[in-house]
Ligand binder design. Structure first.
Ligand code: NAI
Length: 719
């Protein structure tokens, strides 16, 4: 096998360059570990070598972390623990070399990569936006397993280390320098030279590594440098994790435990606790689901959106957006960040200006967070141009329509703009419910029409659902998919049907919540049961958020398409009629103050509901089962009807679009974890109680009969 490490000697300093052959990024593979071990031995035995610089040969990564494929081969906690111990031992060897090792970091330095850097005597980072440092293991349901839980707090202080490890936060080079995570910050052009110079100075003992953490502040030091203060820090951290995870994610607790063991029981106990906890986490159900989601999103990044052979996507040079409202401006704000000139069209100049102001607001937020400079802000904002008459739309390769959710308006707009567009331009609607086939009925080039369903707020939500009709040309599809990826979205492609995938499954779930209200369940009990299940907010809160009026309209469209199964609840119907709209109108199922902050349940809403104020206690498990299985069964139907291309897309769409709990993997992974047979039984029992509403999807019954799963039980989840 070709070596991943190359060695160059510069006047007594060995420059070791990591460059995994045939891979776009450097990652910690078994082969790399073996090569590292051999190289360390050789260098420490070579009396001509006085110091080492560890550099990367890849443009944008230093060392991006573990090879996650390797984790899939781990069958038992013992095997995973052994893997962690061998990683610990390798880095302990690196740390104890009697010659200094300098990490010259440019690009992503993540997970096992950062753990490697932590074991070096000195760290220099390039002052470049691509240089980010993080320990993201907790995001995959794991913990740092090669000494990260022990070395990081020693280097930057307990509270900062807890924050980095528990939040998986990316730390940029400048910040890393401020917090003492790296010793020096230099321009990328001189990184290598400075690193060689520092290695030499360390060898000469004219430079000492490991600065003490800068500006931890008196309060930080007071808290962290005594056992009582630390106990308080750990308690607060644990409370914070409990509040955030509702006990569904064991990894942050495991990380906390390992860190605490190091402080309370010493070096060896700390490393042992880390390896043990890594072992347990690596085989946990939660980690398997999170690792699946990682693989699924990675696979989607490479998926052009149509079956092979896929045509080349067209470059989107100019984007036209019709409707400068909430969604139109949101889409514009992410487009200009990618350097796309945007033409934002609305009916009058006031609305256009409001749209541009909303773009500016998002960009200002980025300046405030130091994600972009003031200059970049100016450049990006200057890309957003407004119009009331489609000026400039002739140049657009892609047009996204985001006017009110009204078919006749959408028809009018399409008819108006189509003659002005280049023949190859792609026309996308951001509708959340109206079938694209209906919208395309008035198009003279229906092959260019598709749906690009963004989620709100656009700059935060990671999913884009691209909807294609049987007439959509595949070059239009790949163009929309490629551009969605350029905007940083995870993109799934679904076939056209009422409510597509996400709106349809979410509606099934929200409807069931409404029916629970019809039967007398209390609003807060329904919401609490589902946040306990793992949803970020409960369905009634969500209804207030998206707008009760919007929910009512969506319900009507889906009822017309699917009949009784999708009939809106009586409760929703009555609240819609009452004119309450939710948060935007400051009146919904919950109370809102003038600033729009949500307070408790608005008890007056009960007067509108079928059972009035008399509420009954319903079993939270039943609430969860009914709402979740309604959603899951609808997802299964989407697969059966060919709306979804794969269970993978269904799982990613549910997790990233509608808040399905990530640690459960998604509706299809959830079915696999319960067993198809059990889900059929549960649905059947519900269908006996509520005829017609829970008829198990055919694809599920078939899986149950054949005793099959949607995903392989072992090995790679996406064969
Ligand atoms: P909005 O009411 O904030 O904005 C709609 C904009 O369209 C308004 O500024 C309006 O003046 C403009 N408009 C109306 N007629 C027009 C015309 N002839 N030419 C140009 N502009 C015109 O609505 P929002 O929330 O942005 O929704 C837009 C679309 O996005 C709808 O189809 C909606 O279903 C969909 N959507 C909304 C989501 C949300 O959370 N709000 C999420 C996903 C999709």
């Amino acid at each position: 096998m070709t070596a991943a490490l190359t060695l160059e000697h510069v006047d007594g300093i060995a420059v070791v360059t990591i460059d995994l052959p045939g891979e776009p990024v450097n990652k910690v593979t078994a082969a790399l570990r073996a090569e590292f071990a051999a190289t360390f031995d050789r260098l420490s035995a070579d009396s001509a070598v006085r110091g080492v610089v560890l550099a990367s040969g890849k443009p944008d990564t230093w060392l991006a972390g573990a090879d996650i494929d390797e984790f899939l081969t781990l069958q038992t906690a013992g095997e995973a623990e052994a893997l962690s111990r061998s990683g610990q031992a390798l880095l302990a060897r690196l740390e104890s070399l009697d010659i200094p090792v300098v990490a010259a970091i440019h690009g992503a330095c993540l997970g096992g990569g950062l753990e490697t850097a932590l074991a070096c005597r000195y760290r220099i980072a390039s002052d470049h936006p691509k240089t980010v440092l993080a320990l993201p293991e907790v995001q995959l349901g794991l913990i740092p397993g090669a000494g990260g839980t022990q070395r990081l707090p020693r280097l930057i202080g307990l509270q900062r280390a807890l924050d980095m490890i528990l939040s998986s936060r990316n730390v940029r080079a400048r910040k890393a320098y401020q917090m003492g995570l790296v010793d020096e910050l230099v321009h990328p052009a001189i990184l290598a030279d400075v690193a060689i110079d520092r290695a030499r100075k360390l060898a000469d003992k004219t430079l000492v590594g490991r600065r003490s953490p800068k500006d931890r502040g008196a309060a930080g030091v007071l808290l962290e440098d005594n056992p009582l203060g630390r106990a308080l820090v750990f308690r607060k951290a644990r409370e914070g994790v409990e509040e955030k995870t509702h006990g569904h994610y064991p990894a942050p607790f495991a990380a906390l435990q390992a860190i605490q063991a190091g402080y309370e029981k010493g070096h060896d106990a700390g490393y042992q606790a880390e390896a043990r906890a890594f072992g347990e986490m690596a085989v946990s159900e939660e980690s398997k689901q999170l690792v699946f989601l990682f693989f699924a999103t990675t696979a989607l990044k490479k998926d052009p959106g149509v079956d092979e052979p896929a045509p080349e996507p067209h470059e989107v040079d100019t984007l036209g957006i019709i409707g400068a409202g909430f969604m139109g401006a949101g889409i514009a704000s992410v487009a200009v960040q990618q350097g796309t000139p945007v033409r934002l069209k609305d009916t009058d100049t006031t609305r256009v200006s409001r749209g541009i102001a909303a773009v500016s607001e998002v960009l200002r937020g980025r300046v405030k967070k130091k994600q972009i400079t003031r200059l970049q802000y100016d450049d990006q904002l200057s890309l957003a141009g407004g119009t009331v008459d489609y000026a400039g739309f002739g140049r657009a390769t892609l047009v996204i329509e985001a006017v009110f959710e009204d078919l006749s308006l959408k028809h009018r707009v399409l008819r108006e703009v189509e003659p002005l567009l280049a023949p190859a331009a792609v026309y996308a609607s951001n509708t959340s419910t109206i079938p694209i086939t209906r919208i395309a009925e008035v198009a003279s080039r229906p092959g260019r029409v598709l749906g690009m369903h963004f989620f709100s707020p656009v700059h935060k939500m990671p999913l884009l659902e691209v909807i294609v009709t049987p007439r959509t040309n595949s070059d239009a599809t790949v163009t929309a998919v490629a551009y969605g990826k350029r905007l940083g979205k995870t993109v799934i492609v679904v076939n056209d049907a009422p409510g597509f995938y996400t709106t349809r499954t979410l509606s099934a779930y929200m409807n069931e919540a409404g029916r629970l209200l019809d039967e007398g369940a209390a609003i807060e009990s329904v919401d609490a049961a589902l946040t306990t299940f793992g949803f970020p907010v409960g369905p009634i809160t969500l209804l207030d958020e998206v707008g009760i009026d919007v929910g009512g309209k969506v319900g009507q469209v889906l009822y017309e398409a699917f009949g009784e199964r999708m009939a809106s609840s009586e409760s929703l119907r009555r609240v819609v009629e009452s004119g309450r709209t939710g948060r935007k109108g400051k009146k919904g199922f919950y109370q809102y103050d003038d600033a729009g902050t949500k307070n408790g349940v608005d008890f007056s809403v009960y007067e509108l509901l079928p059972n009035g104020a008399a509420r009954v206690e319903l079993d939270p498990v039943e609430i969860q089962q009914r709402c979740v299985l309604a959603m899951v069964n609808e997802a299964l139907r989407c697969l059966e009807e060919g709306v979804l291309r794969s269970p993978r897309d269904g799982d990613v769409g549910a997790v990233f679009g509608i808040g399905f709990p990530p640690f459960r993997g998604g509706p299809f992974r959830y079915v696999d974890s319960l067993g198809a047979g059990r889900v059929v039984d549960e649905l059947q029992a519900l269908n006996d109680r509520f005829p017609g509403r829970f008829e198990p999807a055919g694809v599920l019954v078939a899986k149950a009969r054949a005793r099959e799963r949607f995903y392989p039980a072992h090995g790679h989840p996406l064969p």
